[in-house]
Design a protein around this ligand. Sequence first.
Ligand SMILES: [Zn+2]
Length: 165
Amino acid sequence: MLKYILHYPQPIIEQVQRLISEERLGEWLLGKYPEPHGVRNNKALYEYTMTLKNQYLRKSAPLNKVLFDGKLSQTYQALGINVSRTMAHGGKLKVRKEIRIGTLFQNAPEDFLRMIVVHELSHLKEAEHNKSFYQLCCHMEPHYHQLELDTRLYMTQLELFGSLY
Ligand SMILES: [Zn+2]
C-alpha cells in the first residue's frame, strides 16, 4: 500500500500512514493541489514541454514528439520515458527523439506534470539518475524533490481511493 514511498524516511512514512488511516490523504492533496492542469492533448503537451525546453535546454538535441502514452505501466520507473530512434533518411542517419508521459499525468496537477516533464527533459542531457541529473531537475524546478514525493502520494491516493478530481 505504501510501495511508492518505501525509501523515504520513517517520519514521512508515518505521516502518510496517518493521513491514510484517517482517510484524509485526498483532502490533504486537494488542499495543496486544488485542480488539474489544462494540458489536455498531445499537441498541448508538446507545446508545454517545448516552452520549458526552450527556457532551460535550448542547446540540447531537438525533440520530435511529446505524447501521453497509455501503455506506460503505472510503476514509478516508467512514469515517463525517452525514446531515441535512429532512422535512415536519404542515405543519412537521423536521430528522432521523443518523450512519452504516462496517462496518469493527463488528469493531474500541473506541478506533477511539470515534475515529470522536467525529469524527462533532463534525460536529454544526462542519461543516468546521478547527481548532475538531479541538479538539472532542481535548476528547472526548485521544488523538484517535494513534487516527486507528492506525485508518489498522488499515486498512492489513486490506488487506494481512486481519482482525486
Ligand atoms: Zn529517469
